[in-house]
Structure formats: structure tokens, C-alpha cells
Design a protein around this ligand. Structure first.
Ligand SMILES: Nc1ncnc2c1ncn2[C@@H]1O[C@H](COP(=O)(O)OP(=O)(O)O)[C@@H](O)[C@H]1O
Ligand SMILES: [Mg+2]
Length: 243
């Protein structure tokens, strides 16, 4: 069957992202212990856990920004090559890092264009401005002049510019005003309903429950629990999430 013959709503075979038994060290410090996460096609999975358990480290390994000492990383039926972050966007993974990491001295337009360089340039998709109208209004402004919420929208817009099949977001609501947090939630839900697979790191429990359908909990470098968000009970929350 050709790709074009797949009708809307029909899930492709195999998981979108399947990461298993990842071990990683910072120097002598063993940080990830056989950690993993699975994102089925079209799912929205929330990677959860307290500060310092290794969520960002696992995302960086997935993005090829950190080398694991062992582990299997598959995107669809293809292995993700280690230490080749530029290939991630090309195969269809968009990444919104923790802390946003936009370029404050560059204009909004140039920040968005950086999301296109992996595809060899082209126009910023109209879709980005449809989702984030504020970015069109601020195209000529410097990234650093935007509010925290607008910078987060810019970081998401940049990740979407390359047209990914999987969007990875690391704490997109961190340090952002509540009204923008809700808007970002709406956008993630909308993108996911349209077929984009999502892997989200999020510490705000109500936000995670609203946006994601599945959870994957980490504790001290280990993956300790996975399941349907509707089944995330008080016991797991007390043991692994609340501080
Ligand atoms: N660049 C680094 N060098 C050394 N240790 C690090 C580095 N980054 C993170 N760590 C440590 O690795 C552990 C996991 O960090 P991180 O993945 O950022 O956790 P999380 O995202 O779950 O808060 C923490 O103990 C943290 O202090
Ligand atoms: Mg983190």
C-alpha cells in the first residue's frame, strides 16, 4: 500500500517512537538506567517525574544531543543515528527544548527560518501564523523583546516549521502566565487531534491530564510506570510526582 492510499484516521503500523533500555552517564554519574518511552502514532504521551530524574536527559538522547552508552532508539521502522541532531528534523521530529532556546538577538522571522534550514529553506508555512497569529504581528521584532509566553509560541512555531510527524516539548508551560498556558494546551490538543504525535514533558498535573492520553513516569533515572492518563491514580502521584 502506498502512503497516499492511507486514509485519514487510519493509524500507520508500528510505533512512531520506540525508545528502550537507554543508559547514559554525565562523566562518572550514571543518569539514565534502562530508561525508555514509547509514543504510538497519533498519541500524546506525557513523560513525568520530579526535578532531576532525567527527563530532559532522555529527550536529549532521543534528539541525538547526548550520546547514550547503550539503548535502542527507533522512529517508525528506522533507527535514530547517534550524535546526528540535524537528522532528527529531516526524518520528522520537531523539538521544543526546555527554556525555549530562541535566539534573542535574531528577529522572530529569522528564528522561524532556523526551523526551515533542515529542509533546505523555503517559506515559513502559513500554518505557523494560523496557530500563532501573534508571531506574524511580531515578525520584525527581536526574539528577546517577546514575552515568555510569546517566546514559547515562537519555539513551538520554529519546531513546526519543518512539518514534523512527532513533536517533542520539554516543559512548555514553565514560567508562563496561566492564560498563555491554557492557549498552549489548546494548540497541543489541536495538533494532536490533527494527527501529530506528541511527547510532552510536563510537571503541572492538571495540564498533563488535560493534554495527554498516556503517561510515562521516571524516577531517579528509571522508567517506573506507564499507562493511560485516566488510570494515573493518587498512589503513583504521591510516590513519584508530588514533592
Ligand atoms: N550537563 C550536565 N552535566 C552533569 N550532570 C547533569 C547535566 N545535566 C543534568 N545533569 C544531572 O542529571 C540529572 C538529570 O537531569 P535532567 O535530565 O535535567 O532532569 P529533569 O529534566 O528530569 O529535571 C540531574 O541530577 C542533573 O543534575
Ligand atoms: Mg528537565
Amino acid at each position: 500500500m502506498t502512503v497516499a492510499a492511507v486514509t485519514a484516521g487510519e493509524a500507520p503500523a508500528g510505533p512512531a517512537l520506540n525508545v528502550s533500555r537507554v543508559n547514559q552517564f554525565y562523566g562518572q554519574s550514571h543518569t539514565l538506567w534502562d530508561a525508555g518511552v514509547v509514543v504510538p502514532p497519533g498519541a500524546c504521551v506525557c513523560l513525568m517525574g520530579r526535578n532531576g530524574v532525567g527527563k530532559t536527559t532522555l529527550l536529549k538522547v532521543i534528539m541525538g544531543l547526548l550520546p547514550p552508552t547503550s539503548g535502542t532508539l527507533m522512529f517508525g521502522d528506522k533507527p535514530l543515528a547517534p550524535k546526528r541532531p540535524e537528522l532528527r528534523a529531516r526524518v520528522g521530529i520537531g523539538y521544543v527544548p526546555q527554556g525555549r532556546e530562541i535566539f534573542p538577538q535574531l528577529t522572530v522571522e529569522d528564528n522561524l527560518r532556523l526551523g526551515l534550514t533542515v529542509k533546505g529553506g523555503g517559506e515559513i508555512p502559513a500554518r505557523v501564523f494560523e496557530l500563532f497569529p501573534v508571531l506574524r504581528k511580531m515578525l520584525g521584532r527581536r526574539g528577546g523583546d517577546l514575552s515568555g509566553g510569546q517566546q514559547q509560541q515562537l519555539a513551538i512555531g520554529r519546531a513546526l516549521a519543518s512539518g514534523p510527524a512527532l513533536l517533542i516539548l520539554d516543559e512548555p508551560t514553565e514560567g508562563i502566565q496561566p492564560n498563555i498556558v491554557h492557549e498552549i494546551g489548546d494548540i497541543i490538543i489541536r495538533l494532536n487531534r490533527e494527527g501529530l504525535s506528541v511527547l510532552l514533558v510536563e510537571q503541572k498535573l492538571p495540564f498533563a491530564r488535560r493534554v495527554a492520553d498516556t503517561f510515562c513516569i521516571m524516577d531517579r533515572g528509571h522508567t517506573v510506570a506507564e499507562g493511560k492518563m485516566a488510570d494515573l491514580g493518587d498512589d503513583l502521584v504521591r510516590r513519584h510526582l508530588v514533592v
